[in-house]
Design a protein around this ligand. Sequence first.
Ligand SMILES: Nc1ncnc2c1ncn2[C@@H]1O[C@H](COP(=O)(O)OP(=O)(O)OP(=O)(O)O)[C@@H](O)[C@H]1O
Ligand SMILES: [Mg+2]
Length: 315
Amino acid sequence: MTKLLEVNNLSISFTQYVQGLNRHDSKVISDLTIDIDESEIVAVLGSSGSGKSLLAHSILGILPYNSNVTGEIKYKGEVLNQGLKEKLRGKEICLIPQSVNFLDPLMKVSEQAIGECKDDKEHDEKKIRQREIFNRYGLDESVDDLYPFELSGGMARKVLLSTALIGNPSLLIADEPTPGLDKKSVEETIEDIKNLKEHNKGILLITHEIDVALKTADRIAIFYSGYVIEINTAENFKNTDNILHPYSKALIDSLPRNGFKLTEGVQPLDEVSGCPYYENCPIRLDKCENNIPKLINHDGIMIRCFKYEEANDES
Ligand SMILES: Nc1ncnc2c1ncn2[C@@H]1O[C@H](COP(=O)(O)OP(=O)(O)OP(=O)(O)O)[C@@H](O)[C@H]1O
Ligand SMILES: [Mg+2]
């Protein structure tokens, strides 16, 4: 069946010039495969620098000019080329960006939330919706005429959130929508995201907050050093026995209620020749040092680990 969004074998590298003329390509996303259905919330969890925002930006077609991209992204079965990305952006596919720098500093916030309209009628309709949504997040009428520099950090986040929701997208990409928000607004954001799901929308929810992912998502994808290492159901993530990858288990063990057991080491910054988790892995095999496991389907769970590749080969 056609998925709402399919990302197949996406790799992203950046060309940089080190010390003047030495050209250097650094790979930041490797062979990434993920999909989202209608009425589905897929959360992406991973530490800082693991490539989460770049995935969002590549779907929207807003990667920086020095990026090199391979692989394929499809939306409703159609290849998303740059032209189609630009056509759908802000309409069918909306982004709640991670950074408030995405706000236009020279435009009143209500006008940027409403966005481009084909005529006055559409503008008036969207104005009503804008007011409703701003109200829901506690942004009263006096906020409408403010410019971004006049907003506090929390207000700016609420404006970004409202802007994406006014667009009424079929696919919402929410890149860290909750940090800095008060408890009530976090709950409201979660409610709004769930509500979109009830209306057949698909949501890619990028977050550092494991509990937000567990409460909201149907499936959770774990990123590590530019690789997807596991995609499992949120239900399975509630019990570490049902989590396959040692890094995913460690992430869940690091939660306060599980005793803050912290993971060893940091993710590698440079490209590695083998499994990116090799250095820290408690169950590593010799071959993991110089070979990269593939993302495979193990009993319905997508996992990138030789232990499960071997288990699949044996069965
Ligand atoms: N324009 C760029 N040129 C070179 N490297 C870049 C560029 N943009 C991002 N990167 C690198 O790509 C990697 C992934 O970045 P990304 O912003 O996707 O991380 P992230 O998972 O969203 O992190 P965070 O949780 O901090 O938001 C980082 O190591 C970052 O330094
Ligand atoms: Mg990010």
